[in-house]
Write a protein that binds this ligand. Sequence first.
Ligand SMILES: Cc1cc2nc3c(=O)[nH]c(=O)nc-3n(C[C@H](O)[C@H](O)[C@H](O)COP(=O)(O)OP(=O)(O)OC[C@H]3O[C@@H](n4cnc5c(N)ncnc54)[C@H](O)[C@@H]3O)c2cc1C
Length: 287
Amino acid sequence: MRIPRFEYFRPSSIDEVCSLLYKYRGEAKVLAGGTDLFVKMKKKEILPKVVISLNGIQKLDRIECDEKDGLKIGPLVTHDAIVNHPFVREKFDFLSETCFKIGTRQVRNMGTLVGNLCNASPSSDASAPLLVLETKLKLVHLYGERTIPLQEFFIGPFQTVLDPQEIVVEVQIPKPAPHTAGSYQYLHKASSVGETLVGAAVLLTIDPRNSTCQEARIGLSSVASTPIRAKAAERTLKGKRLEEKIIREAAQVAMDETQPRSRSLYRREMTRVLVERAILRAMEKIR
Ligand SMILES: Cc1cc2nc3c(=O)[nH]c(=O)nc-3n(C[C@H](O)[C@H](O)[C@H](O)COP(=O)(O)OP(=O)(O)OC[C@H]3O[C@@H](n4cnc5c(N)ncnc54)[C@H](O)[C@@H]3O)c2cc1C
């Protein structure tokens, strides 16, 4: 399990990171917390010749919050920082609850939100809540930058649209509308790392005048080759009063939108259960 030799860089600016990524095209990997990267290197699943740490760059561990614009999360913000941040806990409670679920205390202290997304595991816990929050990612490379919706980021198991010369420098989460609440419900494997078997995030906005559902977003992880939005199930809820029959129907539709790669029957059935549970929990929070 020894990690083979590699060259290590600890630059002090994003520009330097981009120059190094350009220089070592395809042979370099970016390092944040290392909780995914080093495990894969130990297992020899990836063997980069060069590792470029972001840890020498100042201010990348910042969370910026704005009542109007929402949240901006830097690439070195750990799960633990999100769990303990007062603004995030208050306005994005289910995101902090999700980060608290991730790994052990040691993993939450080292592992970053951005690393979790860039690893692009189909079972990533952060993905489903961030999908329903309509998160965007700012990507930078040597010659420019682009901002893309998280939904366009994942393209396959452990694959993203990131070019090998690009890095994620910011997670942008808009502030949810009034009368909105979210919930993340999950089931994990009975293993030491507790990898998520099914994750379901729901974000609802309810019109207080007539109790109808103005906005419904459903994100699922571990039930397809990438984390997904269950758009048909969302349409089932929108514009309706959220009564038992509609909630059941939406959960059933969400189940039909999944394409699990293994333990299919169980994962599909649990999707139905967890989506229903997440809808009810989000409604409870709005009330
Ligand atoms: C014991 C254990 C338990 C775990 N439990 C969970 C769990 O319950 N739920 C869960 O979702 N995950 C879990 N994980 C996985 C892991 O901890 C998380 O995915 C973590 O958030 C990864 O972040 P990191 O900073 O450690 O990423 P790193 O390992 O540093 O990087 C991960 C990948 O992202 C790339 N990368 C990192 N930052 C950037 C960037 N800014 N731009 C471009 N590429 C970048 C790296 O090159 C690498 O390919 C667990 C891991 C362990 C070891």
